[in-house]
Design a protein around this ligand. Structure first.
Ligand SMILES: Cc1ncc(COP(=O)(O)O)c(C=O)c1O
Length: 403
């Protein structure tokens, strides 16, 4: 063996950066009494009937592989779900595939559509996996930056300006991680016009669809002329409190699904049989629980946004997901400095905004998927930290001046 391993490794793999979120949480995990507003997962345990259905399926001995695309019964439930909840119609026999989380569905989508050098527009700040997954599939991620001025939503003009002859697709995520912003139906209609004009595809990450607080969620696939150019991605992780189950799904025109399924059958074979049976129960019988979790997040969102604004951290009201993305510019600190100092001084873990792309600099992501008591304590500590920076006083005197 030649010295070192460097030359054995793939160039693409070597160039990938480790997730900025991990680095921070390894540090937080090594400390006592830390309140984490960092995690991107529900604080609820999966509803009992879903767990019970899975236990029963084990008792009944459902331990074999399923069809590559997943149990037909589950694909049928997914089809009803997409039709009843979001008004999009798919065929369960050849347009749905059950995946290992939404994560794998995103990976499959990029692998299925990208050739070397194809560009994918990624609306930033963005979930940390998108750009690396585009790169792994041989494509080139192109960031389209958003700001609170437009509620962190991308405009048709921004998309138009970023398109080149190499642009193949755009990744849309609404409600968004990390900003919580949501695209309204009208905004989607305008964006769709640009997408159609330039003959692009959309990879639509709808994993937070169930966590929409102020208005009904609209799937881009439901917009006129978009169904045929959309790969819809969703799953059970967030809305049904099933992150650890690793179950997601994709829905798309048959031609896309056939190709994604080929990759899937060679890499994964199928999602776990017994967990798919739990997911059938989730879609059939747990809407009251989903609704009650949504209501709980909504209450916490209102409390957190109001408290952050009162302490002088400008925070837009996110329409969905369970994150707030306040500006920390008033403190004069960078996102990384803010997150690090807050962790060291007050033992509150948040994610520095720049890990979600350059336009996230100057912001932090706080997840409110944690108990109200923990949130209250975390915000008390944050307020103390902010006061030590003199931001609150300045903010209040600013307010007096402007009134
Ligand atoms: C926007 C977004 N997409 C996808 C995922 C991954 O979801 P899953 O657990 O279903 O793989 C996450 C998880 O944080 C996310 O925030």
């Amino acid at each position: 063996m030649k010295h070192g391993y460097e030359h054995y490794l793939s160039q693409t793999a070597k160039e990938l950066q480790p997730s900025g979120i991990r680095k921070f949480f390894d540090l937080a995990a090594s400390m006592d009494d830390v309140i984490s507003l960092g995690v991107g997962e529900p604080d609820f345990v999966t509803p009992w009937s879903i767990r019970e259905a899975t236990i029963l399926s084990l008792e009944q001995g459902f331990t074999s592989y399923t069809a590559n695309a997943g149990l037909l019964e589950l694909r049928e439930e997914i089809t009803y779900y997409l039709k009843n909840r979001f008004g999009v119609q798919y065929n369960p026999s050849n347009q749905i595939t059950v995946t290992i989380g939404a994560s794998q569905a995103i990976d499959l989508a990029f692998r299925a559509i990208l050739n070397q050098g194809d560009e994918v527009l990624i609306v930033e700040p963005a979930f940390v996996s998108y750009a690396p997954l585009v790169a792994i599939a041989g494509g080139t991620p192109v960031a389209v930056s958003t700001s609170p001025a437009n509620g962190f939503n991308v405009t048709p003009e921004q998309i138009e300006a970023a398109i080149t002859e190499k642009t193949k697709a755009i990744l849309l995520c609404s409600p968004n991680n990390p900003t919580g912003s949501m695209l309204t139906k009208n905004e989607l209609i305008e964006i769709a016009a640009v997408i159609k004009k330039h003959d692009l595809l959309v990879v639509s990450d709808e994993i937070y669809a169930e966590l929409s607080y102020d208005e009904d969620f609209c799937s881009v696939a439901a917009i006129d002329g978009m169904y045929e150019r959309t790969i819809l991605i969703n799953g059970f992780s967030k809305g049904f409190a099933m992150t650890g189950w690793r179950l997601g799904f994709l829905a798309a025109p048959t031609e896309f699904v056939e190709v994604m399924l080929k990759i899937y059958q060679y890499t994964t074979m199928c999602a776990p049989n017994m967990l798919q049976r739990g997911a059938i129960e989730a879609l059939r019988n747990t809407y009251p629980e989903v609704e009650s979790m949504r209501n709980s997040y909504r209450r916490r969102r209102n409390y957190v946004v109001q408290t952050l604004n009162q302490m002088g951290l400008d925070c837009h009201v996110p329409g969905g997901a369970f994150y707030v993305f306040p500006s920390i510019r008033a403190t004069g600190l960078s996102s990384e400095q803010f997150a690090e100092e807050l962790l060291m001084k007050e033992k509150v873990a948040v994610v520095p905004g720049h890990v979600f792309g350059e336009s996230g600099e100057g912001y932090i992501r706080c997840s409110y998927a944690t108990s109200m008591a923990q949130l209250q304590e975390a915000l008390k500590r944050m307020q103390r930290f902010i006061e030590s920076k003199g931001v609150l006083a300045e903010h209040q005197s600013e307010k007096v001046k402007t009134h």
